[in-house]
Design a protein around this ligand. Structure first.
Ligand SMILES: NC(=O)c1ccc[n+]([C@@H]2O[C@H](COP(=O)([O-])OP(=O)(O)OC[C@H]3O[C@@H](n4cnc5c(N)ncnc54)[C@H](OP(=O)(O)O)[C@@H]3O)[C@@H](O)[C@H]2O)c1
Length: 332
C-alpha cells in the first residue's frame, strides 16, 4: 500500500515536471526588441545592455553622466550582430522628477519603438551602522533604488499592457532578501522593490507582462568599490564569507531569467538557497520551481541557522575587540 502511494506520488511529480513548461510564459524574443537599461553606463547595467545587444536588441541606456554614457555606447557597439542595431543614450536622474523620466522614455519610444524590456538597474549602496548613518542617506537610497525603479516602470507599463507584451526587471540585491549588519538603509530600499514587484506582477500577468526581481551577490563593479569604502568592519567580514561575482556572469543570468519571464533571478548556490528560503508568497513561473521550494525549505532553513549563528559571532567578536581596545586606550 505504502509502495503504491509512493509510486503515485512519484508519477504525480513527474507529470508536474512534464507539464511545467506548458504553463510557463512564452520567452521574449530579443532580436529587434527595444531594451531600456537604467544604470546602463556602468557595472551590471552595462553588462546587461551588452548581453541584450549581443542577442540583437536595440538599446536605450539611461544614466546621469553623459561622458560615461558615450563611453559605454562605444563599448556596447563593438558587439553588434547586424548593422541596423542602435544604442541610444539618455542622460537623466531617474529619481528626481517623474515627468522628466516619462518624457525621456517617450523620446526613446519615438526613436526605437515601444519598450519591450525595461531593466531598472540604476542604484547605489551605502553601508554604515544605523546610529552613524545620516537620515539623508535613507532618503537618498529610497529615492534612487526604490523611486528610481518606480518612475521608469510607471512610464512604460501602460504601453506594455496595451501591447500585451513586456518585461520589467528590478535589480534588487541579496541584501534585499536578508538584513545584514550595516545595511539598514540599503536593505530597506531593496526590500521595498520586492513588495512593488510582487504586487505589480499580480496586476500585469493577465496582460502577458512579466516581472523579474534579480538578487545579485557582491559583484565586481565600480559601484561595489564605492560601497566597500563605506562598510563597517562587521559588514566587511560578513561579506567576505562569500565570493565576488563577475558582472558579465550576473548579467547573463538576469537576461536569461527576464527572457523566460521568471519572477526570481539569482546567482550561484547561495543565491538559489536564499531565493528558495525567502520565496514566501512570491509568484512562481513554473511548477518545477514551486516543487523545488517546497522540498528544499526545511533543509535550507537549517543551513541558514548556521549562517546566522556565524554572522552573529562575527558581530559579537568585533564588539568585544572594540571594547577591549577602548579600555586599552583609556588606560594608556
Ligand atoms: N555590485 C554589487 O555588488 C551589487 C550587488 C547587488 C546589487 N547591486 C545593484 O545593482 C545595481 C547596479 O550596481 P553596480 O554595482 O553595477 O553599480 P555602478 O557600477 O555604480 O553603476 C550604477 C549605474 O547607475 C547609474 N545611476 C546611479 N544613480 C543614478 C540616478 N540617480 N539616475 C540615473 N542613473 C543613475 C550610474 O550612472 P551615473 O552615476 O552616471 O548616473 C551607473 O550607470 C544597483 O542597483 C545595485 O544596488 C549591485
Amino acid at each position: 500500500m505504502l509502495l503504491l502511494a509512493a509510486a503515485f506520488l512519484v508519477a504525480f511529480v513527474l507529470l508536474l515536471y512534464m507539464v511545467s513548461p506548458l504553463i510557463s510564459p512564452k520567452p521574449l524574443a530579443l532580436p529587434g526588441a527595444h531594451v531600456v537599461v537604467t544604470g546602463g553606463s556602468s557595472g551590471i547595467g552595462k553588462c546587461i545592455a551588452i548581453e541584450c545587444y549581443k542577442q540583437g536588441a536595440f538599446i536605450t541606456l539611461v544614466a546621469r553622466n553623459e561622458e560615461k554614457l558615450l563611453q559605454a555606447k562605444k563599448e556596447i557597439e563593438k558587439y553588434s550582430i547586424n548593422d541596423k542595431q542602435v544604442v541610444l543614450c539618455i542622460s537623466v536622474d531617474v529619481s528626481e522628477d517623474y515627468n522628466q523620466v516619462e518624457n525621456v522614455i517617450k523620446q526613446a519610444q519615438e526613436k526605437l519603438g515601444p519598450v519591450d524590456m525595461l531593466v531598472n538597474c540604476a542604484g547605489l549602496a551605502l553601508a554604515g551602522k544605523f546610529e552613524d548613518l545620516e537620515v539623508s542617506t535613507f532618503e537618498k537610497l529610497m529615492n534612487v533604488n526604490f523611486l528610481g525603479s518606480v518612475y521608469p516602470s510607471r512610464a512604460v507599463i501602460t504601453t506594455m499592457m496595451e501591447r500585451r507584451v513586456g518585461r520589467i526587471v528590478f535589480v534588487s540585491s541579496q541584501a534585499g532578501q536578508l538584513g545584514l549588519f550595516g545595511y539598514t538603509a540599503y536593505s530597506s530600499s531593496k526590500f521595498a522593490i520586492r513588495g512593488l514587484a510582487e504586487a505589480l506582477q499580480m496586476e500585469v500577468k493577465p496582460y502577458n507582462v512579466y516581472v523579474t526581481v534579480a538578487y545579485p551577490p557582491d559583484t565586481d563593479t565600480p559601484g561595489l568599490a564605492m560601497e566597500n569604502k563605506t562598510k563597517p568592519l562587521e559588514t566587511r567580514l560578513i561579506s567576505e564569507t562569500t565570493s565576488i561575482c563577475k558582472p558579465e556572469q550576473v548579467a547573463k543570468q538576469i537576461v536569461k531569467d527576464a527572457i523566460q519571464g521568471n519572477f526570481n533571478s539569482s546567482i550561484g548556490s547561495d543565491g538559489y538557497m536564499l531565493s528558495s528560503l525567502t520565496c514566501g508568497m512570491a509568484p512562481v513561473t513554473s511548477i518545477t520551481e514551486g516543487l523545488q521550494q517546497v522540498v528544499t525549505m526545511g533543509l535550507f532553513r537549517t543551513i541558514a541557522l548556521f549562517y546566522l549563528g556565524s554572522f552573529d559571532g562575527i558581530v559579537r567578536r568585533c564588539m568585544t575587540q572594540r571594547v577591549k581596545s577602548e579600555i586599552a586606550d583609556k588606560t594608556a
